[in-house]
Design a protein around this ligand. Sequence first.
Ligand code: FNR
Length: 383
Amino acid sequence: MPADLTPAHGLDASRAARKDEHVALALAQQRRAAEPDASGAAGPGASPFAELDFVHHALAGVDPERVDLGTTIAFAAGPGHAAGTWRWETPFYVNGMTGGTERTRRINRELAIAARETGLPLACGSVSVALDEPETAPGFTVIREENPDGFVMANVGVGRPADDARRAVELLGANALQLHVNAVQETAMPEGSRDFSSWLRSVERLAAASPVPVIVKEVGFGLSRGTLRRLAEIGIGIADVSGRGGTDFLAIENARRPGRAGDLSILSGFGQSALACLLEAGAASGPAPVLLASGGVRSPFDVVKALAAGAAAVGVAGAFLAAVDPERPGGGAAALIALVEDWRDRTRAVYALLGARERGGLLATDLIVRGALREYCEARGVD
Ligand code: FNR
């Protein structure tokens, strides 16, 4: 039996409450995104991916059975690990979300079963709570129990002591370490940290202490060209741009403010979408990390758009959380397995239509950029 993870058994009550509130508020956002829009049409509303289209070439298609959905991510040697490559058979993965309470332990268990059955890489949420309060560790280690051989990413926030990189990786026997940089969320969070000026140095220290490759990620506000360059300069080889338009942590933290004092909804819409980050990074010269993309991915077409804009793989958090939520009738690992299989089939169908036998082929497609995304590209000098 896993340890009882309720606050009454040692976990700091506000920290536990925050984990469960994040899940509840993120699920509420997913429900709203799935509601019919003002015209009555069912659908997801304004998606950050709607502003990128492909030119259709009617004779360019390939046969779906000849499509290879796999992706390869290369990384350089670091102080704690050798150079190498990861081969993922599916170009999308479960992004970092949660752990540390009884409810989130159940979610991680369902996510881990689904990842095991589909072979998807899986990240957990920040394990800082388990490093500080070891009685909460079962909320995370359940991932390895259910998925002993899968590709698992541990997760910690910037600002933690360097040795936490090693501790987080060891907790899960992780293959990679996600390191989240979330200044907007921390600013909006009543109990958030404010020591931003130390963050670049902290990223460098945590990465140097990590026994596995590090993926620096945002949590839904994007990584600019300048940020990616600074990360490359300190030796970070992989970054998830995690842009806006999906799970909105500004809205989540604003909703958690008692009496809404200090509400930061004035920042609503702050940050860049994943596509804006990818297109901007693709036009930059000089060293850059390998890019992963996430933020607002709601369909396999979004996955293909992100890959065509330069991502090596695509992370999905909120949409997979909604499928796996054990408190939803029909929610759980089986629902996520079915969703992943469906996404895989439809991703393959879109590759075939676009004439791409593998991910590299998507980079040769003709893209049309519209609306605010086009404006952003023009303002940033992206052709
Ligand atoms: C997150 N996310 C996140 N990221 C991270 O690096 N560490 C974390 O602990 C969490 N926690 C978390 C909780 C919940 C409930 C959600 C839904 C998300 C952010 C996540 O990895 C991703 O960057 C954003 O959610 C944007 O992707 P989606 O949700 O739009 O697909």
